[in-house]
Design a protein around this ligand. Structure first.
Ligand code: NAP
Length: 289
């Protein structure tokens, strides 16, 4: 098992890096807020570094899971960036949900240094990261993907190369487009059930066994009915993702009318104070008095 590095110990990165340790890898972590890296080392062993460059130094594979395009640029490029510490023949795997544009840009910068780059956004949420059961959609070269996939397997239930650089991010966009409209429809269904005098929980228990079934329905209906959103995937993150989708659609000519509308609904949820609420909080917008 070789040396690997993990940059960004957030809700997702912290347990993902933990799975790498459990799989027997020599892991060096970096986190902008150093206290989290110290806590991770106390819990899992391994080492922590004070810069991405220091963490990446000598690593065969460097993983990252930070917030957005700008964060990703900060941890890769520049004097203290990971690329500066990486050697030719090593690989960078990015699990951030970011744009396809930055994936292609960093792929080109890495290639110029003889470093492999795979954009590898994830789906499955906090529970998927904690249980090592994420779905990973990747973009990049086959040879680099083949090299990193046995290591990624520590926290993935499914990992697939979707095409060249950026293809992983484009696939994640499809994922978010599908979820946006679905969660609004689920919100409207539960809201309607209540207004119609039905027991919303009983309704969902029945229809989730039929054609309306979805992950969101099965995993979120109880908390949606109870109006509890202090968990899960934050509205702020979803708006970041939908902005990426809408921007890409402007470029490729796709029509995303429902996605654009739901994005506006999320802006109303933010105005209600729901920036960190789970994305299922679309129902709160319908239920407000
Ligand atoms: P999070 O808990 O907010 O963690 C973000 C991590 O990135 C933190 O470690 C943060 O460091 C670090 N970071 C942010 N900006 C940075 C910068 N400029 N330089 C260095 N480090 C920086 O977020 P998360 O929920 O783990 O999500 C991470 C990514 O995965 C996002 O792109 C998100 O869209 C995606 N994702 C999340 C989920 C989910 O359910 N949460 C599911 C799928 C995909 P600090 O500790 O210093 O803030």
């Amino acid at each position: 098992m070789g040396k690997v590095a993990f940059l960004g110990l957030g809700v997702m990165g912290y347990p993902m890096a933990g799975h790498l340790r459990k799989a027997g890898h020599d892991v060096t972590v970096y986190n902008r807020t150093a206290a989290k890296a110290t806590r991770w080392v106390t819990e899992h062993g391994g080492t922590s570094a004070t810069t991405p460059k220091e963490a990446a130094s000598g690593a065969k594979i460097v993983f990252a899971c930070v917030g957005n395009d700008d964060d990703l640029r900060q941890v890769t490029c520049g004097a203290d960036g990971a690329f500066e510490g990486m050697v030719r023949g090593s690989a960078f795997v990015d699990h951030t949900t970011a744009s396809a544009t930055i994936a292609r840009e960093l792929h080109a910068v890495a290639a110029g240094r003889g470093i492999g780059f795979v954009d590898a956004p994830v789906s499955g949420g906090q529970a998927g990261a904690e249980n090592g059961a994420l779905t990973i959609m990747a973009g990049g070269e086959e040879a680099v993907f083949a090299e990193v996939s046995p290591v990624i397997a520590a926290y993935a239930r499914m990992a697939r190369l979707m095409g060249p650089a950026g293809a992983g991010q484009l696939t994640k966009m499809v994922n978010q487009i599908c979820i946006a409209g679905l969660v609004e429809a689920l919100s409207e269904g539960i809201h309607f059930a209540g207004k119609a005098g039905l027991d919303p929980a009983a309704v969902i228990e029945v229809i989730s066994k039929g054609a309306a079934q979805s992950w969101q329905m099965e995993n979120r209906y109880k908390t949606m009915i109870d109006g509890k959103f202090d968990h899960g995937f934050a509205v702020d993150w979803m708006r970041k993702d939908l902005a990426i989708c809408l921007d890409e659609a402007r470029r490729n000519g796709a029509h995303l009318p429902v996605t654009a509308t739901v994005d506006q609904f999320y802006s109303e949820v933010q105005a209600m104070g729901g920036n960190r609420w789970d994305t299922s909080s679309l129902i709160a917008r319908l239920e407000r008095t």
